[in-house]
Design a protein around this ligand. Structure first.
Ligand code: NAI
Length: 318
């Protein structure tokens, strides 16, 4: 089961993530309609999408086989929700992260959802069951959580709700693969999905080590950027175990006791609204990246992520 190649995809909420989704689907050759509660945001988003696609084209990182202008022509705006959803086979909701707002938007969409539509939310933390319980089409909804910037970080976490039909989950996953994203499917809802559960366990340990005065903020980040990060761009932690011994069972026989001993020294999760620790970190971090240079640094990051995505693509083709 997959979404037909010539079908229409609707984006509801055309901010940062909505625009990325529009470019990803246009890259896959789909007709995309974007909606927003503010009509001026739709025009702004369309202009931004056009300019970004042409920048990606000149930088050599445009996706798909169509030119930037052909892709931009696939994306249109519409400021009437009903018309926007009419004939769509896939909807990606991208409104701000608030349960009440998402509930409102899904209630507004419900009468226009058809039995061949898949309706996904980009929600980073909120499980779909928290806001679709009263809908008549709740079985057609699920989470498809992207990672910023989704154009260069392909992971999408697919999290079905308790009522989601298996066919809806399968269609969403197939579509993600078709447009070059890298989907993973959770079997059921869990707080933080998978990425943030892993990310928070890393942040917790970084925070605790910093608070204990074990390493500087710069050196903690270096453990990832020059240590675990490069490895994890190619192989995950489980494959790492497999390769670091003669298979994962051998790894466990050799290292499980040592790893367990280390883990027993872990502290409980830190309370990160401990602002004095954050203030202390800021004093260190801002020497390299002053707060008014954060936007510049985001651009720097995205350029590097684009280069890494291109490298991974080239390595895969070989
Ligand atoms: P954003 O603030 O950039 O965009 C939200 C858009 O929704 C705005 O254009 C706003 O005008 C529009 N909007 C507000 N109320 C609306 C309504 N009732 N109907 C239609 N449109 C409405 O937010 P962003 O960052 O794009 O986030 C969207 C979703 O994606 C959130 O659930 C967020 O958690 C998730 N997400 C965000 C990531 C990020 O790094 N920013 C990463 C992954 C997921």
């Amino acid at each position: 089961a997959t979404v037909q190649a010539d079908s229409k995809i609707t984006i509801v909420g055309s901010g940062l993530i909505g625009q990325f989704w529009a470019m990803i689907f246009a890259g896959g050759g789909f007709k995309v309609t974007i909606f927003d509660i503010y009509p001026e945001q739709i025009s702004k988003a369309l202009e931004n999408i056009k300019a970004t696609l042409s920048r990606y084209e000149s930088q050599g990182c445009l996706r798909g086989s169509l030119s930037a202008s052909e892709q931009a022509a696939l994306v249109t705006g519409c400021n009437e929700l009903k018309k926007c959803l009419d004939g769509a086979s896939y909807v990606q909701e991208c409104v701000p992260e608030s349960v009440d707002l998402k509930r409102k938007v899904f209630e507004q969409m419900d009468p226009f959802i058809t039995e061949d539509m898949v309706v996904a939310t980009s929600s980073s933390c909120i499980c779909v069951s928290q806001f679709v319980g009263n809908l008549s089409h709740k079985h057609r909804t699920l989470v498809a959580h992207p990672v910023n910037p989704p154009y260069f970080i392909p992971l999408v976490e697919i999290v079905p709700g308790p009522w989601t039909l298996p066919d809806v989950t399968a269609k969403c996953r197939a579509l993600m693969e078709l447009v070059g994203q890298s989907p993973v499917t959770l079997s059921r809802e869990v707080a933080g999905f998978a990425l943030n559960r892993i990310q928070y366990s890393i942040i917790n340990e970084c925070w605790n080590m910093y608070k204990d005065g074990l390493l500087s903020a710069e050196d903690i980040d270096k453990v990832m950027t020059d240590g675990l990060g490069p490895r994890y761009a190619f192989i995950g932690p489980l494959e790492t175990m497999h390769l670091n011994a003669d298979g994962i069972v051998d790894y466990c026989n050799r290292y499980a006791q040592g790893a367990y001993n280390v883990c027993t020294t872990f502290k409980p999760p830190p309370i990160m609204y401990d602002v004095p620790t954050a203030e202390k970190m800021l004093q260190e971090i801002k020497k390299a990246i002053p707060v008014d240079k954060v936007q510049e640094r985001r651009t720097w990051r995205d350029e590097r992520l684009a280069a890494l995505a291109a490298l991974k693509r080239n390595l895969k083709e070989k």
